[in-house]
Design a protein around this ligand. Structure first.
Ligand code: FAD
Length: 369
């Protein structure tokens, strides 16, 4: 026996959950997740920021087009605001000034080192030559966003099946037949929102890989002196994204901003790189890190050209890609999900998102074939 749906979404990270919530109006939708909880992989491991100047042009366009949702989500979507002000700063030592010039052309504003020190008082300005700042960067409440989409999906009659790793996928009689330990399913359309596993899911369906590469990013949480109030510090990058740090529940999250290509797996941090990032941190602010409280790793998955992949595969009927969200899958989720849902319905990119600069061709998997 196989359970039938109009659309099956594979993966319950932010990509799968947001698109499933969009699709469930007018379609029967099931979302299959291999883990016992939704959001266990990359979605639960992000830096939780909304940075309008971050990423390639199509990402910035999707970020701009998502802003209205973050500021005013639908009635009942969440109990608290989804975003709150944070700010973003880049600092540079001698020889790295060109990164500040690049950041300024990306939309940051140059600030004096005195102003930088007002924002982060223990900044070692004697070791710096330049700084830039963007006020528009915000914190995202990722859990509220993800849970909001999950609630919307369930409220509209969508089905979420956990412990349901898709292990086989085949097309018969105009339907995708899907085998999982939680049972068999079939649907005319499948959405591949499997994050780091996207190429593997395609391979199961006999579809050529697009070259979606998981890249590990490591992070650590370190305590700060008890008398420091770091709550209003901005997210701060070393010039050229060599490392970054940000306040996180009264502690500092620090990341070496690594991008190491790896196989899809349950990621963990690279301890050597964490040690280097802590050295950078101690060079940048006057802090002695005496212990590391917690480390983690997550996989940011990129297509070869760095842009996300949103569209039907041209070589297989009813197989839709929603992959390659890179380091921006949270801040772009609202607009990316609406775009995907429109394309699945055979419509064009929604007008407001197209006006922001997003086209179906720029996202299409065919560009990578
Ligand atoms: C350290 C770090 C910092 C980041 N910071 C930010 C940030 O500040 N802002 C931002 O916007 N983005 C950030 N990102 C990126 C963001 O987290 C990702 O782009 C986003 O979470 C990707 O979501 P996803 O749903 O595609 O992937 P995932 O969350 O990984 O979801 C994919 C799901 O598919 C499931 N799956 C895979 N294979 C199968 C199968 N065969 N059957 C069933 N289920 C399957 C997996 O179990 C997983 O749950 C960061 C990432 C990292 C690692």
């Amino acid at each position: 026996m196989s359970v039938s749906f109009d659309i099956i979404v594979i993966g319950a990270g932010i990509a799968g959950t947001s698109v499933a919530a969009e699709l469930c109006h007018g379609n029967s939708v099931a979302m299959l997740e291999m883990e016992s909880v939704a959001g266990y992989h990359t979605t639960g491991r992000s830096a939780a920021t909304f940075v309008p100047s971050y990423g390639p042009p199509v990402i910035r366009a999707l970020t701009r087009a998502s802003e209205a949702f973050f500021r005013a989500p639908p009635e009942g979507f969440c109990a608290h605001p989804l975003i709150s002000p944070r700010g973003e700063m880049m600092v540079a030592g001698a020889g790295d000034e060109h990164h500040i010039d690049q950041a300024i052309s990306d939309g940051l504003q140059e600030i004096t080192l005195d102003r930088a020190r007002e924002l982060i008082p223990p900044l070692r300005t004697d070791k710096l030559v330049a700084a830039a700042y963007e006020a528009g960067a915000e914190d995202i409440d990722v859990d509220a966003l993800h849970q909001g989409f999950l609630r919307s999906l369930r409220k509209a009659g969508g089905t979420v099946v956990l412990n349901a790793e898709v292990q086989a996928l085949s097309r018969r009689g105009g339907q995708w037949q899907i085998e999982t330990p939680a049972g068999a399913f079939h649907a005319a359309t499948v959405v591949n929102a499997a994050g780091a596993w996207a190429d593997r899911v395609a391979a199961m369906a006999g579809i050529a890989a697009l070259g979606i590469t998981p890249k590990r990013r490591s992070a650590a949480l370190v305590p700060v002196p008890a008398d420091w109030d770091i709550s209003a510090w901005p997210l701060a990058f070393g010039a050229g994204e060599t490392f970054y740090f940000r306040p996180n529940s009264g502690k500092l999250m620090v990341s070496p901003a690594d991008e190491t290509p790896v196989e899809a797996h349950d990621a963990w941090a690279d301890d050597m790189l964490i040690a280097e990032a802590i050295e950078h941190l101690q060079d940048t602010i006057d802090i002695e890190v005496t212990r590391v409280e917690h480390t983690w790793g997550g996989l940011r998955s990129f297509a070869p050209d760095g842009d996300p992949v949103v569209g039907f595969d041209t070589d297989a009927d009813g197989f839709f890609w929603l992959a390659g969200q890179g380091g921006y899958g949270i801040q772009t989720a609202p607009a990316m999900a609406r775009t995907a849902a429109a394309l699945i319905a055979g419509a064009d990119v929604p007008q407001d998102i197209a006006r922001a600069g997003v086209s179906a061709a720029a996202l299409a998997p065919a560009r990578l074939r």
